[in-house]
Design a protein. Sequence first.
Lengths: 225, 574
Amino acid sequence: MSTTSVGRGRTRDAHAGRRGGARLPLVKVAQPGRRASRVPFALVILLLLAAALLTLLLLNTMLAQDAFVLYRLQQQSATLADSEQQLQESVTQAEAPSALASQAAGLGMVPGGDPLFLRVPDGTVLGDPKAARVAVPPAITIRTPTPQPSSSASPSPSMSPSASSSTRGRVGPSPTPSARGASAPARARKSPPATSRATHRANPGTQPAPQSPRPQHVTPTGRPT
Amino acid sequence: VVFSLLVLLLAVLGVRLVQLQGLDGAAYAQRAELQRRQARTLPASRGAIVDRNGNPLALSVETRTVFADPTEIPPRTALPLAQALSPLLNVPQSDLLSQLTRTDTRYAILARGIDPGVAQRTLQVLRANGLTGIGTQIQSRRFYPGGGLAATLLGFPPTVQTTGPATGGAGLELSANRLLAGRDGKVTAEFGAGGREIPAGEHAGQAPVPGSTVQLTLDRDIQWAAQEAIAAQVKAVKAKGGTAIVQDIRTGELLAVATAPTFDPNAPVRPAMAVSGNPAVAETYEPGSVNKVITVAGALQDRRVTPDTPFRVPWELHVGDRTFHDAEVHRVERLTTAGVLAKSSNVGTIQIGERLGKNRLYDFLRAFGFGADTGVGIPGESRGILPPPQQWSGSQEHTIAFGQGIGVTALQMASVYATVANGGIRVAPTLIKATVSADGKATPRAQPAPRRVIDAGVALQVRDMLEAVTSDEGTAPAARIAGYRVAGKTGTAQIPNPRCHCYRGGGYTASFVGFAPADNPQLLVSVVLQRPVNGHFGGHLAAPVFHRIMSFALKSEAIAPTGTTPPTVRLLAP
């Protein structure tokens, strides 16, 4: 700051000298001192410049690299989305009513008869049990996994409280021979053919048997109820 | 000398540099940019159609179209390429070869609707073998998980043309297309080799707006059950077609609109019925006896009769030059108004209609929704045929009283019974529950204002009479469901024969419309069978289907029996 103001003063004086003639320069400045202060300044500027360039280079490199990563991840995401879609497609296809019905028919289930309700508080049966009974085609053998009473990894109906699994058996025709051996489902089946109001959504028109592929009721939190 | 040579060289280079950078620079930069910059369309995903519980009935899945650029394929690699692609794309080798060797195009489609995973594997195989000239394009395919479930209702989406508006389409896919389609986005950006976007390059565009999801009032399971039941009966009685409608009486929401025959929308070829509209709303027929409920309700409302008013009912009645008779020969009976309805006597209904008068009959037909759109929003809906009373011929006044001589749709007829069941208040049927935009915001459909058609007391009287229909003395004991109180009405209508302009040889429409529980009506089921060959009475053909569908729906909706005893309705006058 001081150097520039001094410089300017000098120029003004020079002009004044030329115009006025006999006026002497008023200030003398030490030249070596000024020179010495410029070099580090330039160095600092150069360093800054170099650093900026390097940073820019680094940034650009990183950006480019990230772009590659982004692209790769996008590809991966697209692939995953594709397989998700494929899986979802097969799930929606498998859970369509017609698919469920044919699956159930393959397991020997039959559509239920007339509606029948069991009022839980007092045990009243609403509806006509005779009309609710449906003929089961004879000579169907179904192999069912024997439910384990222990807390093994295989989801066993006896594990869950009766409110969820056992009431899933709808209006019961006579229990299938193999299901008779199972403890919890057999109990549900042997009781008068009745069902509580909460169970109707399970399968369209079919009676979920103990050999249902997903015998464990899972709450939205993922814990077995 | 060396120095001057160097100077000369530098001068030449300098001039060239000035030429490249200064003079032609702009042109080169532009060419480079053109190479990098590409405008791409970002296709909007089509919204799904879901049932009332959010289960998908129609959804869009991504597929790939595999194409070739024949100019990039050297002739000698065409054959190995075709050999490699054939098993992957499941296309005959000869077809592929003819496409790969085309000379008139740079875009030869090899296969459509390829699974994305398969397409990717294909490209990997080709890349590994150093084969070029094959590309893939993202396309969308509509997928109906339920197969034929509600297919005649859903229809199919219109085909998007490269230029001009979309063409074709049918059903809800067409009528709700504006909501479902969304808006395509576009992006203009700089892309490097391999299609990667260059960072910090120019990037401008518009994100696509995905289509909304349309939520219907249908229940997937009830729809399926109704479809199965009606299809089985159509087959059993060799009918030309049939419809079954399940409606929630309180809200007017349609839980099922099933028609038979139906088709598989996932099949590549669509039959003609795919575009002909849903028969439940597009097909008009003469309702027959089910229409008697309007005549009786009107006469009760206008206090022309009471439920116990006696009528002398012979089996035949001469009015003017015409003779009307009941479906079955019987001795002269003395029936009450309730008896006329329960036993479905044409002769008795004509007498009730005479007391009501044709102008008032017309008013009630209109009030119950005949001759007008139901507003349900299914495309191709018919208003039916209901001429004003001034145009009625002498006999039409009498025939309309028992349901011949007018044309209605199955949905219109179902709505009449829903009105009676709902205490005389008409709630227009609805099919679209809500639309859910891609960001999850649900917009419920505006519900039509309910309208009172008949007094609650009159509706109650009619309801009791309809319950007598399912008694042992009525025409449809087969409709009864053990433990429940069921009300309804049979219809056995004649279909006009266009060749003789008479009813002879035209066939029959057998129908049953009913609701349950009769003393607390919640669900309505309407069954219509067109031109059955094995039998023709509504009580024999349609009532069992009603029984099956209603049983299922009651279980599905968890509606328990009311446990009350039906009132005794006097059918025979003293």
